[in-house]
Design a protein around this ligand. Structure first.
Ligand code: SER
Length: 313
């Protein structure tokens, strides 16, 4: 991993991943691409190009001219948006992925793309969800993620592309807000806690989902990409998680800093149905064993850091 091209670089993960990759591998060696351009460290502190991931020709040309040896394909619609616009989600999530995989095959690039806890469905075991288990998701996002995992397996076995991936849980960060995800409440709640001292959750009490703080997510990507290829038995995507909680637990964690914080509920049936179809807590043992995955932040450590950083912001 020496020259890296990243799609969706202004998204929730990309905007922090770019900064971290440039610190490690050098600003000139990380090309950020996105369908839009805004003023940010991503577009200002290193190479940046406009790229619609549906444009295969331009993707190939940018990667080739840059001399990339690695592709990180981050551009995708999240679960709630995909549910609202299923056809667009299929075209963009699958079309973009195919273009990125084909570019990687043609140029011999190492490849990373995130899968998600959304790749599981109601028939998946809810607790300690194993690495290899039933995957029959009931959302368009989940269908995209399962198909994507299978394609990563396929490109590895058929063409020898060095594909790697993780199934991310809900990702929480203070830099770029997620958009259109089911787990977004666990980000919004921190903003509202500081701004208004209260939050109305669209996810119901008692709904457990896996979560992870962004620094751990970035480290997981880098550790997996740097891992010894001969140790990796899974080429689709690894279960990774740092914590599992329901809304009352994140509220309790916030109250350790803001004792008067109030949580109420106004459940959104669409996102609740999605959340109910996902596991409560996945098992990341395989990621630990194959490449040493480890998360540093638990709920309270994350809350302390989120509130401190957001307050400064
Ligand atoms: N955070 C994502 C979502 O809620 C899950 O991959 O859509």
């Amino acid at each position: 991993m020496k020259k890296i091209i990243v799609t969706g670089a202004l998204g929730q993960i990309g905007s922090e991943l770019i900064v971290r990759l440039r610190e490690i591998y050098g600003a000139d060696n990380v090309m950020a691409t996105d369908i839009r351009k805004v003023d940010s460290p991503v577009t200002e502190n290193g190479p940046f190009e406009l790229l619609d991931v549906m444009d295969k020709e331009r993707m190939f040309k940018l990667a080739k001219d840059f001399g990339a040896d690695t592709m990180m394909h981050m551009a995708a619609l999240l679960s709630a948006t995909a549910e609202a616009k299923p056809l667009l989600a299929w075209n963009l999530n699958m079309g973009g992925l195919m273009n990125a995989l084909e570019t990687s095959r043609e140029l011999g690039l190492q490849f990373f793309t995130p899968s998600s806890i959304g790749a599981f469905g109601p028939s998946t075991p809810k607790e300690n969800t194993p690495q290899d288990t039933l995957q029959r998701p009931t959302t368009m996002y989940g269908v995209n993620k399962v198909a994507g995992e299978l394609l990563c397996d396929y490109y590895f076995h058929k063409f020898g592309v060095d594909t790697r991936g993780v199934r991310f849980p809900g990702l929480i960060s203070y830099v770029t807000a997620p958009g259109g995800g089911t787990t977004d409440y666990a980000v919004d709640i921190y903003y509202k806690a500081l701004e208004e001292g209260k939050y109305t959750s669209y996810i119901a009490e008692g709904t457990y989902m896996d979560m992870m703080y962004m620094p751990d997510a970035l480290q997981a990507i880098i550790d997996l990409m740097e891992a010894d290829a001969s140790k990796l038995e899974h080429r689709n995507a690894f279960n990774v998680t740092a914590m599992s909680f329901e809304p009352e637990q994140i509220a309790a964690s916030i109250r350790k800093h803001i004792p008067t914080f109030e949580l109420s509920y106004e459940v959104d049936p669409v996102r609740q149905t999605i959340a109910d179809s996902w596991p409560d807590a996945i098992d990341a043992t395989t990621a630990k064993n194959e490449w040493g995955f480890k998360a540093q932040y638990d709920l309270d450590a994350m809350t302390a850091d989120m509130l401190e950083k957001l307050a400064r912001k």
